[in-house]
Design a protein around this ligand. Structure first.
Ligand code: C2E
Ligand code: CA
Ligand code: CA
Length: 606
């Protein structure tokens, strides 16, 4: 109901206006002087005020001035009504902020018309005000619920959305504690109502910013998010949890609706199938204006309510799964399994403490993995791969302890030891007449950046009587990018000593192709992630083909790593890889086993 306040000391006029307005269906409040007018205006907050100018107590001008000081009343349309009608009076009133001015005596129509115009105007202003308010509210809630950089929903959104998703099932899952007790709650069940939660991280996140700078890193991140979104397809399903953790939440129907996921079997299979597709989407590089960059991802998968009854438990499981495949080159996924709990209980601090004594306690052992000439099938090289036999924890993978050794600087001593061992090994093979074999040794960034590396190596080779051309050093891109001019100089120094240098894990780094031309390598090792299932993955196949062609143009020898199947072998062979390494031929083996292999005639012949 629209309320009009009439402030008028002359009763006859007040009643006349009042009757007129009531007939028009308006609600009316009346005040007999300025003071009363102000009080009523402030308590009733009318939609419009008609006010006489000349009044006892406070006059009309005073009323208007007072009401303008109050934010609640300042927007109420205000019409003066007076017998004083000179131009100065009108201007004065309008300058005070009145909306209109009627001179007594006035016609009824005139009064009603003025009131209608003002009410309409007020309504429009109100509407605009409400819209602005809504807009601001939306802006603020967008800020609260989204990540600024990627515009993806954030953690707060995730929590609320997740609660909404599980609300209908909450009672059901509260009553269930494990799948053993409830066969229906199995990951393989087809009518499983659960939810799939995936945590995604970029494998070399901090390196991207280091390498591309802040702006470039952000740009790449946005493109990577676009790629995730294009694969997921469901708006709102992706959340940015923190700088390098993204969460994808999908219901069974969303999973089975994905066009690339037609084989609906069960939630576990579907989530794995989806993860494969997502990982696959990241096998091709991103392009900046100067370079192409591979940006590998890792995924950890957990299911609600099987692995957790709430979001935090689920996130924890997915994260454990994801962390179990960290630092392995990326483009991998891992489904949560309780056995992962054991791995994560291996305390890094304990390991670090034990690692400090491992060298003096003789706990390391070097294994060798053959590299085969693709055409002759002869063993031409052995990659030295270190293992740590922990006295209590058993054998620990280099994927776990090498990063710790790098972070603590212990890698220096370990790396030198591996080089010593490799020289001794070459020497003992020579003694057996096996003198054409080379050994490839992985070199960590710390070792590579050592000032006197060339001299140290020369001394080492002299000490063992080893020909430097029989040692290859394997380096990853990340080792080289920090200070490119210095890295180039260092590489030249190594080459002047007579050592061959290989770029390791090629394809998982940053701007691979442009580096190839800059750095004086001899060998290029295509990373396993490109080789695996290459016969089934046309995109990887095309990339690998391009890499091989370009490497040959640059006079590099190409080694395919991680060849596990005959199909993969056929592909790399047909595409002119020079050397092949992988489980298909042999896993890394002990020095004794390797010696036997070398003494076997044609161990890998056709
Ligand atoms: P890397 O240099 O890329 O070595 C190849 C890894 O792939 C080895 O893992 C090898 O066992 C594995 N591999 C070989 N063929 C196949 C295959 O067909 N399929 C699969 N799935 N894997 C295959 P490993 O021995 O566990 O070494 C892991 C990483 O640890 C190495 O990766 C290397 O980066 C590092 N590392 C090992 N030894 C040393 C060392 O002496 N010094 C330094 N700095 N790093 C080392
Ligand atoms: Ca290597
Ligand atoms: Ca490698």
């Amino acid at each position: 109901m629209t309320t009009i306040l009439i402030i008028e000391d002359e009763a006859a006029i007040r009643e006349l206006i009042s009757e007129l307005l009531i007939l028009e269906g308006l609600d009316v409040a009346e005040a007999v002087n300025g003071r009363e007018g102000i009080a009523i205006a402030q308590s009733v907050l009318p939609d419009l005020i008609i006010c006489d100018v000349m009044m006892p107590e406070i006059d009309g001008h005073g009323v208007l001035q007072t009401l303008q000081k109050n934010p609640q009343t300042v927007t109420i349309p205000f019409i003066f009504l007076t017998a004083k009608g000179t131009r100065q009076d009108v201007r004065y009133a309008m300058n005070l902020g009145a909306d209109d001015y009627l001179i007594k005596p006035f016609a009824n129509d005139e009064l009603l018309e003025v009131i209608q115009i003002r009410l309409k105007k007020k309504e429009i202003i109100n509407q605009q005000y409400i819209e602005k308010l809504e807009e601001n509210k939306e802006k603020i809630s967008h800020l609260l619920y989204h990540d600024l950089l990627t515009n993806l929903p954030n953690q707060l959104s995730l929590r609320e959305n997740f609660e909404r998703l599980i609300a209908p099932h909450k009672n059901q899952s509260n009553n269930l504690s494990s799948d053993e007790e409830n066969p229906s709650l199995s990951e393989n069940s087809t009518d499983f109502y659960g939810i799939c939660l995936i945590i995604l991280s970029f494998e070399r996140f901090s390196r991207i910013n280091d390498h591309l700078g802040y702006e470039g890193g952000n740009q790449l991140l946005k493109e990577a998010v676009d790629r995730i979104q294009a694969t997921v397809g469901q708006p709102g399903a992706i959340t940015r949890l923190n700088s390098n953790e993204f969460v994808i939440v999908l219901t069974p129907s969303e999973l089975s609706n994905l066009p690339s996921n037609p084989s609906v079997t069960n939630l576990k299979d579907n989530s794995i199938q989806f993860s494969k597709i997502l990982v696959d989407a990241f096998s091709s590089p991103f392009f900046t204006h100067t370079q192409e960059i591979i940006c590998p991802i890792i995924l950890g998968i957990a299911l609600y309510p099987l692995h957790g009854a709430n979001l935090d438990q689920l996130l924890q499981c997915a994260r454990k799964a994801k962390d179990s495949i960290k630092n392995q080159g990326g483009n991998l996924y891992q489904f949560y399994h309780p056995s992962l709990e054991k791995n994560t209980s291996v305390n890094v601090l304990d390991l670090e403490r034990d690692l400090r004594h491992a060298l003096e306690r003789n706990e390391f052992v070097v294994y060798y993995q053959p590299q085969i000439n693709a055409h002759t099938r002869q063993i031409v090289c052995a990659e030295a791969l270190v293992r740590w036999d922990h006295p209590k924890k058993g054998r620990i993978s280099p994927y776990i302890f090498i990063p710790i050794a790098e972070a603590t600087g212990l890698i220096q001593g370990i790396g030198e030891w591996v080089l010593e061992k490799s020289c001794e090994q070459l020497k003992s093979w020579h003694k057996l007449g096996l003198d054409s074999i080379r050994i490839a040794v992985n070199l960590s960034a710390r070792q590579f950046n050592q000032a006197n590396l060339g001299q140290w190596l020369t001394d080492l080779f002299q000490k063992h009587g080893v020909n430097p051309s029989q040692i290859e050093l394997e380096l990853t891109e990340s080792t080289l990018v920090d200070d490119i001019p210095r890295s180039i100089e260092q590489l030249h120094q190594l080459k002047s000593v007579g050592i061959k240098v290989a770029m390791d894990d090629f394809g998982t780094g940053y701007s691979s192709l442009s580096y190839l031309q800059q750095f004086p390598f001899d060998i290029l090792k295509i990373d396993q992630c490109f080789i695996q299932k290459i016969d089934q993955n046309p995109k990887n196949a095309a990339i690998a083909q391009a890499i091989i062609t370009m490497a040959h143009q640059l006079n590099l020898r190409v080694v395919a790593e991680g060849v596990e199947t005959t199909e993969e072998l056929t592909f790399v062979h047909e595409n002119n890889c020079d050397e092949i390494q992988g489980y298909l031929f042999s896993e890394p083996i002990t020095s004794e086993e390797f010696t036997q292999l070398l003494q076997t005639e044609n161990p890998f012949s056709f």
